[in-house]
Design a protein around this ligand. Structure first.
Ligand code: PXG
Length: 465
């Protein structure tokens, strides 16, 4: 076997990939026939593939490359750390400087008394930590029956058995016997698709009221926590009505339910503040973090925990942890990423330059005949595809067909936009410039035009009955 490098022809790399590599969330048989797209390198907001295409990455990798690609400082830090201390664990009464420094920095950035960090290797692992942590918290406090965690339909909290159970994605629950016991899902605050004739404000209150109803139905003494993304990301960038979060906060406060904000996508500048909780005015007891923490340059996640929960958990032994909790190389790289975000004033760039430009471009797409809604907060946005704007209609054909068609047209125009059923989503690197945003808008409009023509030619622009 010759060395497998970028220099091999695309078809050979694709054949090898198909022979040995099982892709996540993919029909691998189908992909094997088509051949995966091979990304060879990246710089700034652009990806380059094995066919020489320059592709504008509207998704920052997978909602994570906040500082953009190609920052050599992170590579240097990783190399230095690998030479000095590539690994040591933090289990048996030991620690090391990268974990200490990163935990301190995260505590400094996090609002209020969120001063403690339990590290994990990913967002999924961090949410598994959270399940065990909130249940253990209540058990130590003499309330072992408080085990139920309330989440939401169409939420995404990860793919492990625990975090996948927290998530509200039915296709995931259908595989492998999920959810685990004592996880409940209430409806999401998705006004555009589910709000009917109610106003967004009334709908936000009604959906928040489902939390109170669930608490009362189960009994307050059974509920451990409520978990939610400040803005649902993988579910389709669903921005809740303004009434939703204040009411959720009120209910959590009233019944003393622990609030877990899953900041895996919203954290580290995505919404224009360090955390989405600040943008949405929420005061969580625990935050889940990953992705933007290291801008994806190293796999790392964690739970940021408030003083009281940390104190209770710390009163005994918490039988939980991962080999790579606080991994020194990942921690050092994350710290360097945070240094860049801070010292280069990336959040100011988001607030003053990038987010306003992105909003203008994105909302400008709202006049397209296929676009029913544009939603945007900071650097995460979505648009709903519809065959009939006025009635907020769904398509008569299978959900996701229009979205998939649009995504294919985006690819063909060298733009990465993801589709979630028939919503198109974007989440570009935070460092994107106004010119790059203009370019993104041009490619997106062209993709929408081509998608419209294709759907029309196939007679697929019919609204559901
Ligand atoms: N919480 C949230 C809010 C996420 O978005 C996770 C937890 C899990 O993190 P890890 O690091 O275990 O993947 C996520 C991850 C998509 C997509 O297609 C989104 C995620 C992951 C994979 C795909 O939008 N989000």
């Amino acid at each position: 076997m010759p060395a497998i490098t970028n220099h091999l022809p695309t078809s050979e790399l694709q054949a090898l990939d198909a022979a040995h590599h099982m892709h996540p969330f993919t029909a691998n048989g189908e992909l094997a026939e088509k051949g995966a797209r091979i990304i060879t390198r990246a710089k700034g907001v652009y990806l380059y593939d094995s066919e020489g295409n320059e592709i504008l990455d509207g998704m920052a990798g997978l909602w994570c490359v906040n500082i953009g690609y190609g920052r050599g400082e992170l590579a240097d830090v990783a190399a230095r750390q690998m030479r000095e201390l590539p690994f040591y664990n933090t289990f048996f009464q030991t620690t090391h400087v990268p974990a200490i420094a990163l935990a301190q920095k995260i505590a400094e950035l996090a609002p209020g008394d969120l001063n403690h960090v339990f590290f994990a290797g990913s967002g999924s692992e961090a949410n598994d930590t959270n399940i065990r942590m909130v249940r253990t918290y209540w058990a130590i406090k003499g309330k072992p029956e408080k085990t139920i965690i309330i989440s939401r339909k169409n939420a995404y909290h990860g793919s492990s058995v625990g975090s996948g159970s927290l998530g509200g994605m039915t296709p995931m629950h259908e595989q492998g016997g999920l959810p685990i016991p004592d996880i409940l899902h209430i409806n999401q605050p998705y006004w555009w698709a589910e709000g009917g004739d109610t106003t967004p404000e009334d709908f936000g209150l009604a959906r928040a009221a489902e939390l109170e109803e669930a608490i009362l139905a189960q009994g307050e003494d059974r509920i451990a926590a409520f978990i939610a993304e400040p803005i649902q990301g993988a579910g389709g960038v669903i921005v809740p009505p303004s009434t939703y979060w204040p009411e959720i906060q009120r209910i959590c406060d009233k019944y003393k339910i622990l609030l877990i904000a899953d900041e895996v996508i919203c954290g580290f500048g995505r919404t224009g503040n360090w955390f989405g909780s600040q943008t949405m005015g929420i005061k969580p007891h625990i935050m889940t973090i990953a992705k933007g923490l290291s801008s994806g340059y190293q796999p790392i996640g964690g739970s940021i925990v408030c003083d009281e929960v940390a104190e209770v958990i710390g009163s005994g032994e918490f039988n939980h942890g991962y080999t790579y909790s606080g991994h020194p190389v990942a921690s050092a790289v994350a710290l360097e990423n945070l240094r860049i975000l801070e010292e280069e004033h990336v959040l100011d760039h988001v607030r003053d330059v990038a987010a306003p430009a992105l909003k203008e471009m994105w909302e400008g797409l709202g006049d397209h005949p296929l676009v029913g809604e544009t939603a945007i907060v900071g650097m995460m946005g979505s648009l709903a595809l519809t065959p009939q704007k006025e009635s907020r209609a769904k398509f008569a054909m299978d959900a996701g067909t229009a979205g998939f068609t649009c995504r294919e047209r985006c690819f063909a125009n060298n733009l990465i936009m993801r589709h979630v059923y028939d919503r198109m989503v974007i989440s570009p690197p935070l460092v994107i410039t106004p010119d790059e945003i203009t370019e993104m808008g041009k490619r997106a409009r062209k993709a929408l035009d081509e998608c419209y023509t294709q759907l029309k030619d196939r007679d697929q622009l019919k609204p559901a009955a």
